[in-house]
Design a protein around this ligand. Sequence first.
Ligand code: CA
Length: 234
Amino acid sequence: MFALGGPRHASGVRILVVEDERRLAELLKDGLTNEGFAVDLAHDGREGLWMATEQPYDVIVLDVMLPSLHGYEVCTRLREAGNWTPILMLTAKDGEYDEAEALDTGADDYLAKPFSYVVLLARLRALMRRGGRERPTVLTVGDLRVDPAGLKCSRGDIQIGLTPKEFAILHCLARHPGEVVSKSELLARAWDFAYDGDSNVVEVYISALRRKIDKPFGRTSLTTVRGAGYRLEA
Ligand code: CA
């Protein structure tokens, strides 16, 4: 296995740090390398997702606010692909993002910035001791079941086939049942932040979802809140 104690001891443990603040990334790399870990750096979400997919890591340190692909999105995509490498998410402390959301997307732990390096190290060691485990967060809204690990959706006993985009939108809505989710938030989650196309595309997918998750079952669970967004009711 790996050495939990000895500093400057080659442990065989590989850590991926996805952090766009270069100085912080280098500091983390230096510190963790000194602990005997092999550390790779990625400086944006896309690069991080690619590296985490291509290489086996023992643990991933993942910043939330990242260029090209948001940390939540990186986490969600890894989990959807069945990658359960333990993830410690670095959240911003400004309250813009709910820390519980980090865990919803499949992160194993989170640490709010600014953090103490000693605490980070302790959390990483705890995660590595626990190891990767399959922990798909299956969401249920009434009798609607949304399984992000298998990209599966069902109502009651009936399986519903969704496209990846439809699934991404439904997943976002199902994470906040009974709450209004804005069109821009759905756009940001289901598409890249860089998407600058027509936001009406969301409506197209909402209509498609209604035809699949509601209409055949005589339901109206997916409602439009005029001028605000959409809501998924139980
Ligand atoms: Ca950042």
